[in-house]
Design a protein. Structure first.
Length: 214
């Protein structure tokens, strides 16, 4: 059986496409699928994933086949898919860095869209420059953009400037996440949950390489 690091490499490493078109799903779709199955506690059907991920039926089938072939998921009596024991181990490893992905309500004046989803990333503030890379990745994934925040000197601030986000916004994020010094919050924003989730996860994956996680 392959170890977790080899699995990461196959999931998230950009590989050359020798023949034919590239798959219609992206690494953020893979990661989001694993989180959805982890949080569900019951089988999740293909059509639910199609709606959540914003991909077509053919792409969903290909994505599920890919994860099945890696041994990360399995089908349960035509009810949908669940994580295997190996899949749970992989998600647990991922969550050492990307701790959680949650919808956030009540933020004021720091995001662009009506729906916001935040990824809490552990101890990676030193990898953040100005948040532009995360914003661009979110837009490429179909979101309106992304807001990147870091925990510095016990406060949640924007990366390049010592600008606080306001006490109300801090209270909202601190209620949702157990934030510590050096952590990062990447907030994907969009017109709906699908856009915001995809944007948040795509932005989070720019922060570090999961294939190098140990």
């Amino acid at each position: 059986m392959e170890n977790v690091e080899e699995i990461f490499s196959k999931i998230f490493r950009e590989t050359e496409q020798k023949v034919g078109p590239p798959p219609a799903y992206k690494p953020h779709h893979v990661l989001l699928t694993l989180f959805i199955l982890h949080k569900s506690g019951k089988p999740v059907g293909r059509y639910i994933l199609m709606v959540r991920l914003g991909i077509g039926e053919a792409s969903a089938r290909t994505l599920l086949k890919f994860l099945t072939n890696l041994g990360l998921i399995k089908s349960v009596n035509r009810k949908g898919h669940v994580l295997t024991d190996l899949g749970e181990k992989v998600v647990t490893k991922i969550m050492e860095k990307i701790v959680d992905i949650k919808e956030v309500k009540g933020l004021k004046n720091i995001t662009l869209g009506p729906v916001n989803v935040a990824c809490h990333i552990k101890n990676t503030a030193h990898l953040i420059k100005d948040g532009l890379k995360q914003r661009d990745a979110a837009i490429m994934a179909g979101a309106k953009g992304a807001t990147t925040l870091i925990v510095r000197s016990g406060k949640i601030t924007f990366p390049r400037e010592d600008i606080k986000i306001g006490e109300e916004n801090e209270e909202v994020l601190n209620r949702l996440f157990n934030l510590e010094e050096g952590d990062v919050i990447v907030i994907g924003t969009g017109d709906n949950l699908k856009e915001a989730e995809n944007g948040a996860v795509a932005a989070a994956l720019t922060v570090f390489s999961l294939s190098n996680s140990r």
